[in-house]
Design a protein around this ligand. Structure first.
Ligand SMILES: NC(=O)c1ccc[n+]([C@@H]2O[C@H](COP(=O)([O-])OP(=O)(O)OC[C@H]3O[C@@H](n4cnc5c(N)ncnc54)[C@H](O)[C@@H]3O)[C@@H](O)[C@H]2O)c1
Length: 425
């Protein structure tokens, strides 16, 4: 297996987590790193030292890293407001690019990304690790085998109580806090929307056509800051946040499906991506960890007090489907110890990208996926700002979605499931 030499631009906490996966993956060498901040460079170099790996070259200006001919591909885990411009420059320098998750600030920056790919032919992927999560992949596998019938409706969310981190605008560097302070929209759509978009064949025979978004009032972070200020923390209790506590976005697809997204990052609750995939024959619902398939799942006819019959339908546990319907990637990797961030899904997304680089083929999440998924953020802001008016999605494929060539046949493909590429005995 050929070793792929890569660079990393942006050395924050996310890169520290990604490096745990890099250290375990064969056939990759980090030869150059870059951050604006020297202390972050030193911290990252310390990780290479600890693992007794060659220390990469370091830069504070990423243009220097891009001049390095050894670097074939670049990871860009910088910030939501910088990674797209850097990705364009990576493609212009002839490098494969992997950006991190997040939403776009404008449609214009997404067109720049698409044009950079079309001009240079350098694939641009988002490392959307949740596309490689076990349940989402199993559901993709089951959908492709027809178990859910024709899909009608999907739901997803980023429901994660980050209130204490978002409140710390006086002390944090965390960019997300300032986006929540200033903006009002679906700020973080891709963890849940990525897998749904793949399941619904978005950009390959289907596309997002329009959305509406609605914001609830914004209360939770202000309340938290007021309470902490009363306890003596140095918070200005009068700061108000623009982001609604719950943002609800409804997307309409060309083939008639609807998708509801929920962004909720400051109300007390357990984490959920709130997944739901529903068709004419069945449903997966993440929050009950359940699946119901007509004709397979348990159904009973009971009698009410007046003796009239009524149907009761019972959830199957989603884990009962793993043995038969786990995606081949999970069948293969769960035999090994899954190492790295987020139960191994970071590692799967990185491997998917590296294999595409090694084989010089397009990435399983391509620039059109990235543009469509990230567009939700700025379009939802526009809808909320105009009283939940519908907003049209641009067609970043310029009509190619209607009859696009199939994605490369690969073990990592998220459009189809290629069982024949796995040896599962
Ligand atoms: N996929 C996931 O599960 C997951 C988890 C956590 C974070 N993330 C994403 O990863 C990204 C990074 O997160 P983080 O917490 O490390 O952010 P961070 O802001 O703490 O770190 C980003 C780093 O990029 C550097 N940077 C910014 N602009 C630069 C430039 N022009 N040149 C060089 N360096 C530059 C900053 O100095 C900083 O060190 C974010 O987009 C975040 O949403 C993804």
């Amino acid at each position: 297996m050929r070793t792929v030499k890569v660079g990393i631009i942006g050395l924050g906490p996310r890169t520290e987590t990604l490096l745990a996966s890099f250290m375990e993956i064969k056939g990759v060498e980090v030869v150059a790193v870059c951050d604006l901040q020297e202390d972050r460079i030193e911290k990252i170099k310390g990780i290479f030292k600890k693992h007794e790996r060659a220390i990469p070259q370091s830069h504070t200006d990423y243009h220097e890293l891009l001049k390095n001919d050894e670097v074939e591909a670049v990871f860009v885990p910088t910030s939501w407001n910088s990674h797209l411009q850097i990705a364009v420059e990576c493609a212009n320098a002839g490098k494969y690019v992997a950006i991190e998750v997040g939403g776009a600030a404008s449609i214009d920056e997404l067109w720049q990304l698409v044009h950079a790919y079309e001009r240079t032919g350098c694939p641009i992927m988002m490392l959307e690790n949740c596309c490689y999560a076990r349940n989402e992949m199993m559901v993709l596998n089951m959908v492709r085998q027809g178990l859910f019938g024709e899909l009608v409706y999907c739901e997803g969310g980023y429901e994660h109580n980050l209130r204490n981190r978002l409140a710390e605008i006086e002390t944090t560097y965390e960019e997300r806090a300032f986006h929540n302070l200033r903006r009002n929209g679906e700020l973080y759509p891709t963890h849940e929307l990525g897998p749904i978009a793949k399941i619904l064949n978005i950009n390959r025979g289907n596309r997002f056509v329009s959305l509406t978004a609605t914001a609830s009032k914004s209360r939770s972070i202000q309340e938290y800051r007021r309470e902490r200020a009363e306890e003596g923390m140095a918070f200005d209790p009068n700061v108000t946040y623009n982001e609604g506590d719950v943002i609800t976005t409804v997307i309409k697809c060309a083939n008639g499906e609807t998708i509801t997204l929920t962004h909720s990052v400051c109300l007390p609750r357990p984490y959920s991506r709130n997944g739901r995939v529903q068709g004419t024959k069945g449903i997966w619902l993440e929050d009950v960890q359940g699946i119901y398939i007509e004709g397979m799942s348990r159904e009973e006819i009971l009698l009410d007090a007046a003796g009239n019959p009524y149907d009761v339908h019972y959830w199957d546990k989603q884990e009962d489907y793993y043995e038969e319907y786990d995606h081949p990637i999970w069948k293969e990797y769960s035999k090994q110890k899954m190492i790295g961030g987020h139960d191994g899904i970071d590692s799967l997304a990185i491997r998917a990208f590296l294999d595409a680089v090694r084989n010089r083929e397009n990435t399983p999440i391509d620039v059109y996926d990235v543009a469509a998924w990230m567009a939700v953020t700025c379009l939802s802001e526009q809808s909320i700002a105009t009283g939940s008016m519908p907003v049209a999605f641009p067609d970043f494929t310029n009509g190619k979605w209607i009859r696009r060539e199939p994605a490369p046949k690969s073990r990592w493909a998220l459009d189809q499931v290629h069982e024949d590429l796995f040896d599962l005995d």
